[in-house]
Design a protein. Structure first.
Length: 194
């Protein structure tokens, strides 16, 4: 499976296909100019401790943006976002979802779920065979995610196996197995600032 993606898919706005709870919100692709606001949003929602998490170890070896990153906008301001990082398990390429965040004032409105679905759809359009994340099954199960079979996928650091979740494109019958690592790069990605 190739990381090549249709340039039109990177510009696609998924809000028209999703059941956003209000027309005052739009979901659009994240672009390079959004990165400072995205860092600020993550600082406010997660704090500096997020960098110690294993998922961040994977992300730090990948471009900052991919064609599947999405933001939630209200009145021109970014009020939510989710990054998507190209990863691979053995020779199967997919995406790592997250961090997903919505500012507290807009939580519990279905906006996070709409973001997850928009990112998942964009990942599939870009050719991802799966979307993986570390999170709560009770939340992400609504978007079709399930637990990774115990021991089938390893990450480069500690992760609670009950929180390692996957959604697979297609018939879902093939179990992806191996070490999860960042892909060498997405041709449409924005390099990470060092």
């Amino acid at each position: 499976m190739s990381l090549q993606s249709n340039a039109a898919a990177s510009a696609e706005v998924h809000a028209s296909r999703l059941a956003l709870p209000s027309t005052e919100f739009q979901i659009t692709p994240i672009v390079r100019a959004d990165l400072p606001a995205l860092v600020d949003l993550h600082d406010r929602v997660f704090g500096p401790g997020r960098y110690a998490r294993t998922a961040y170890r994977v992300r730090e070896h990948a471009p900052a943006l991919s064609v599947a990153c999405r933001k939630l906008v209200r009145d021109g301001a970014t009020v939510g976002a989710s990054q998507m990082t190209w990863v691979q398990v053995s020779d199967v390429e997919g995406m790592l979802l997250g961090p997903l965040c919505v500012v507290p004032a807009y939580e519990n409105r279905g906006l996070g779920q709409a973001l997850v679905e928009a990112c998942r759809d964009a990942a599939v359009s870009a050719g991802a065979a799966f979307v993986m994340l570390v999170g709560d099954l009770a939340y992400y199960q609504r978007c079709g995610f399930s637990r990774v079979p115990h021991g089938s996928i390893a990450l480069p650091g500690p992760v609670d196996p009950a929180r390692l979740l996957i959604w697979q494109a297609g018939d879902n019958s093939t179990v992806v197995k191996g070490l999860l690592a960042a892909c060498p790069g997405d041709p449409h990605a924005t390099p990470r600032a060092r």
